[in-house]
Structure formats: structure tokens, C-alpha cells
Design a protein around this ligand. Structure first.
Ligand SMILES: [Zn+2]
Length: 159
């Protein structure tokens, strides 16, 4: 368990993404580029039991998220699903034509069958990314403070 979560952290460390400018759409494009496989992020009318799911099509990967969820929850759900894709978790590959049926079934059954270690890792991924974004924003804020005009002469003189 420990070694595995270390792998997730190592992977997050390797991602050269500008966390300060994070938005989930460009992050999804970044992951898609890295995977050499397109990812479509699509809102869907799930009820409260489902935040997001990923579906592997033959041509592309799809992440469907609950359009009525709070924005922060949507981002977290999408990050979790991107974690599954990036970590190479086996999903069922389905024909694109079947996607509407699969979504309807998921929405009706309110269950997704996934390996629990995969769930743990995808959740770690989402949390680590969230932490990266917070750190980047904090560093930026602290940088802002030292660029207060009155302090600039000191900063520039290196004192
Ligand atoms: Zn999951």
C-alpha cells in the first residue's frame, strides 16, 4: 500500500504542469497529450450518487461528470477519473455507440465496479494534485508580498 502510493506521488512529481494556472480543462488536455489519446470531459445528468465516471472508448477516453455538482466537487471527480486514466487502470473498453446505454445503466444501478486499490490510488492522485495547486497559489501569494513596491529596493539589492 505504501509503496503504491509512493508511485502515485512520484508520478505527480513528474508532471510538468503550471499548477498556478490550473484549470481542469487544460489539465485534461495535458494528460491527453501525455497519453497520446484524446479525453472528452462531458457534463451528464447523474443524480447525487455519482460525481464522475470514466469510460474508455475505442478511439478516446471519456469522463462524464455530474453537471449539477458543486464546481469544486466536479473538479475533484474529474481529477479522480484522470488519475484512473493516467495510472493506466484497466477499464472496460466499449464501443462509442454503447456509451449512452452504459451511462443510463450506471445512472440506474448507481454502482461502479472498480478495484479498491485503484480507487485508493486515483483518490490519492486527486488529493496530491489539489495540494500542488494550493502550494503553487501560496508560493505565488508570498511572491506577491515581496513585490510590494516599498520592499523592492531591498529585494533587488539582495539584502
Ligand atoms: Zn474511481
Amino acid at each position: 500500500m505504501k509503496r503504491k502510493s509512493g508511485t502515485v506521488a512520484g508520478l505527480v512529481d513528474q508532471l510538468e504542469f503550471n499548477w498556478f494556472d490550473f484549470d481542469v480543462e487544460s489539465f485534461a488536455r495535458f494528460i491527453a497529450h501525455r497519453q497520446q489519446r484524446s479525453i472528452h470531459v462531458v457534463p451528464y445528468a447523474f443524480d447525487a450518487s455519482i460525481t464522475a465516471v470514466c469510460v474508455r472508448g475505442q478511439e478516446s477516453d471519456y469522463i462524464f461528470f455530474r453537471q449539477s455538482a458543486y464546481p469544486l466537487l466536479q473538479v475533484h471527480g474529474i481529477l479522480h477519473e484522470l488519475g484512473h486514466l493516467l495510472l493506466g487502470h484497466q477499464g472496460v473498453v466499449i464501443d462509442e455507440m454503447q456509451i449512452p446505454d452504459v451511462l443510463q445503466r450506471l445512472a440506474a444501478e448507481k454502482v461502479t465496479v472498480t478495484h479498491s486499490q485503484d480507487e485508493y490510488d486515483a483518490e490519492s492522485f486527486a488529493q496530491l494534485i489539489t495540494l500542488r495547486i494550493r502550494q503553487a497559489k501560496r508560493i505565488h501569494r508570498e511572491g506577491q508580498r515581496t513585490s510590494i513596491p516599498a520592499l523592492r529596493p531591498f529585494a533587488e539589492s539582495g539584502l
